[in-house]
Ligand binder design. Structure first.
Ligand SMILES: [Zn+2]
Length: 290
């Protein structure tokens, strides 16, 4: 088990999806990216939809970072992205810890793209009807400027947002806001980093330990295959910012031993990085094959 500060940290795969390999690797030619990932007949690559789970038993604090695609998908959309959501994955992991969904005190929404926040709610009784919160007792942390962006997304990123998903959470009155470029801590033992490359004000929790910290990098570095500095996604609104933000993160990996947790790697939940910030290399995986 990985422990950082007072937090036990776990990764949970809520399900899988497939997205177009060209979109996932931007200007990188397929001749290169097909060497580091599988690809299907529709040119889609396999991705996991992970949560990071953090438990501080002494403070009775249970944090879930991102929640996967969720189960509220019609057949056509689910087939387009090959979405397979496992609604039991997170409850099973929490059950092994002697806890349940109702014990979650804090949910961190890195950003409101459907593959990160679809699991915040379920259909209440019938598909297409009302929704209910999966984490009814939790504060739901999101960056205020990101929510404002998501409400009026651009033609480039509109398809990544399912407005009804986060409108339901907003209406339930459980949102807690983080604001500004350098927000102070709002959860004990957790710092915030805010990035602009992938989307406006993506929110990254950094768990603070005595010897080393762990950063959930979200879609700044969705998988280990995206570690190379210039291998940024076509989805990114500001790809040059993504590269600059990666440089800062990788420099901290090399200087401070900062650990990284990924949202979409199909095989590994996180990694320890060495090399240079131009050419980072994985020297150890966290939660290997998990
Ligand atoms: Zn995203």
């Amino acid at each position: 088990m990985l422990k950082i500060g007072n937090y036990e940290l776990h990764t949970v795969i809520n399900g899988t999806l497939r997205l177009d390999g060209g979109a996932m690797f931007g200007v990188v030619p397929k001749a290169l990216w097909q060497n580091v990932t599988d690809v299907d007949e529709q040119n889609r690559i396999p991705l996991a939809a992970r949560s990071l789970v953090a438990l501080d038993r002494s403070a009775n604090r249970l944090i879930v970072v991102d929640t996967g695609c969720g189960s509220k998908w019609d057949k056509k959309s689910a087939a387009r992205y090959a979405i397979r959501h496992d609604p039991d994955a997170l409850p099973t992991k929490l059950g092994e810890m002697g806890l349940g969904l109702a014990d979650v005190t804090d949910v961190v929404i890195t950003h409101l793209h459907f593959d990160h926040n679809g699991g915040l709610t379920d259909w209440y009784d019938e598909p297409g009807g009302k929704t209910s919160l999966r984490f009814p007792n939790a504060r739901h942390w999101v960056h205020r400027s990101h929510l404002e962006h998501a409400r009026c997304a651009t033609p480039k990123d509109r398809a990544s947002f399912v407005q009804a998903d986060f409108a339901a959470v907003e209406d339930a009155g459980v949102l807690s806001f983080v604001e500004g470029d350098h927000p102070g801590p709002t959860i004990e033992g957790v710092r915030w980093m805010v990035s602009q490359g992938h989307t406006t004000c993506q929110l990254h929790p950094e768990f603070v330990g005595n010897e080393r910290n762990l950063l959930f990098v979200g879609d700044l570095v969705p998988t280990i295959a995206h570690l190379k500095l210039g291998w940024v996604m076509s989805y990114d609104l500001r790809p040059l910012d993504t590269i600059r933000e990666r440089e800062v993160i990788y420099q901290r990996c090399l200087e401070e031993g900062l650990l990284l947790a990924f949202p979409h790697d199909p095989n590994h939940g996180g990694a320890m990085i060495a090399g240079t910030f131009h050419r980072p290399v994985v020297i150890e995986t966290l939660w290997p094959n998990c």
